[in-house]
Design a protein around this ligand. Structure first.
Ligand SMILES: Cc1cc2nc3c(=O)[nH]c(=O)nc-3n(C[C@H](O)[C@H](O)[C@H](O)COP(=O)(O)OP(=O)(O)OC[C@H]3O[C@@H](n4cnc5c(N)ncnc54)[C@H](O)[C@@H]3O)c2cc1C
Length: 383
């Protein structure tokens, strides 16, 4: 009788390679290890949690500690309900150590190729690594997306992407325009206003949905989890009166209520902005919403309503690209927008054994989703 070798035997010589040592990759590797599958993480930077080490100083998880733990190790209670950036990094370091994960740092994967009986992972230093399966967990926030605004080279002020923003110190006493009102843009605008910038404007193309991080102790994330599987139209309808109750009308201050429903926007890729001070800052005029940026002209910023303004600095909180094209684009596993066509435990029939985690932006919290996906991927791989 021919029996399938156990996962440990199958993966000793040809392990599962996990690309990326962020929370997604760490969680997947830990879940695989728990099932006796050898998993090796390839991380291009020198440390795990590279993205979190680069985030701005005041960042805290807006998802709760309890709902953000990865498989097999809860986030310590002493880190508080809303975990700080530094404590997220501490947790990820501890997580890797606790699960005794096999991690190779300083190795960037450039391409994943199909072989007759598995996968070939090409990485820096001319490495060619044979893999039984591959988990792609490179995250979506490592390649900044900076719009190609016409005329921007003429701008003589400071222009930077939000990914390079750390804190408000360099902007004290300066007039700053933040472009984009996602969670990052909203929080950086508040940070600047509180940190002594002389004027803070926030360029808004589409008015965002704003939700309180928690109401009477009930975190917005729990509502997100409850609503996740409901039909979009129902969630949109439920969210409207809730928003009216909990968020004041800021139309006069330049931030009208959105016309598209909350969950419809989520489906388009825009999760609601968690209020960590934006509502008060806008209400009190410390942050001034203005029209979207159209272009730059004679060293000034031209807004969509025709206004020309001359801030000292422009911080573009305009998001990131997944940048998966070079890595796996040739395998036909990406859609027209560069997103993987499969996710979690599901794989593309043309690419069995190639898994993706971390490329969605769920309303229920990404850490939570990464944890769920890790378990499902491990189960699928371990068979
Ligand atoms: C500002 C901000 C706040 C967030 N707050 C929350 C929150 O409160 N709660 C929540 O649940 N989620 C939050 N998220 C979303 C999400 O949880 C995080 O982005 C999380 O870090 C995603 O984990 P990841 O492992 O998918 O990606 P990352 O953390 O980006 O990790 C990817 C890793 O892959 C490495 N890498 C990339 N390319 C390669 C390559 N070619 N070869 C080798 N290594 C590579 C990178 O160096 C990096 O270490 C937030 C995101 C941002 C940007």
């Amino acid at each position: 009788m021919v029996t399938e070798p156990a996962p440990a035997a199958r993966t000793q010589d040809r392990p599962v390679y996990v690309i990326g040592g962020g929370p997604g990759g760490l969680a997947a590797a830990a879940a695989l290890r728990e099932r006796g599958v050898r998993a090796v993480i390839l991380e291009k930077s020198e440390h795990v949690g590279a993205s979190w080490r680069r985030h701005y100083d005041r960042l805290h998880l807006h998802t709760t500690r309890k709902l953000s733990g990865l498989p097999g190790l809860a986030i310590p209670r002493r880190f508080g309900r809303w975990v700080s950036r530094d404590d997220v990094v501490r947790y990820l370091e501890k997580y890797a150590e606790f699960h005794q994960l096999e991690i190779v740092t300083g190795v960037a994967v450039s391409r994943v190729e199909r072989t007759e009986d598995g996968w070939l992972v090409r990485a820096s230093g001319g490495r060619e690594l044979a893999a039984s399966a591959v988990v792609v967990a490179t995250g979506y926030n490592h390649t900044p997306r900076l719009p190609d605004w016409p005329g921007h080279p003429s701008y003589t002020g400071e222009l930077l992407h939000a990914g390079d923003y750390r804190n408000a110190k360099p902007y004290a006493g300066r007039d700053v325009l933040v472009v984009g009102v996602g969670n990052t843009g909203a929080e950086i605008a508040v940070d600047l206003a509180e940190g002594g910038a002389s004027r803070v404007r926030l360029a808004v193309r589409t008015a965002p949905h704003i939700v309180r991080r928690s109401t009477a102790g009930w975190p917005a994330q729990r509502t997100g989890i409850l609503c996740r599987r409901l039909p979009v139209a129902i969630v949109d309808r439920l969210a409207r009166p809730m928003a009216k109750l909990s968020v004041p009308d800021l139309t006069e201050q330049g931030l009208p209520r959105p016309t598209t429903g909350l969950y419809s926007r989520v489906r388009e890729g825009a999760i609601p902005v968690q209020d960590v001070g934006l509502i008060d800052a806008v209400r009190t005029g410390k942050v001034e919403p203005v029209a979207a940026v159209e272009s730059f002209e004679d060293g000034k910023v031209v807004l969509a309503d025709g206004t020309h303004i001359a801030p000292d600095a422009v911080i573009a909180a305009t998001g990131y690209r997944r940048a998966l094209e070079d890595l796996v684009g040739h395998l036909g596993v990406l859609d027209a927008r560069g997103r993987p066509t499969t996710h979690g435990r599901r794989t593309d029939p043309a690419a069995p054994g190639l898994y993706f985690t971390g490329y969605t932006n769920p309303i229920s919290g990404m850490f939570r989703e990464l944890a769920l996906d890790a378990r499902k991927i491990a189960k699928a791989i371990a068979g």
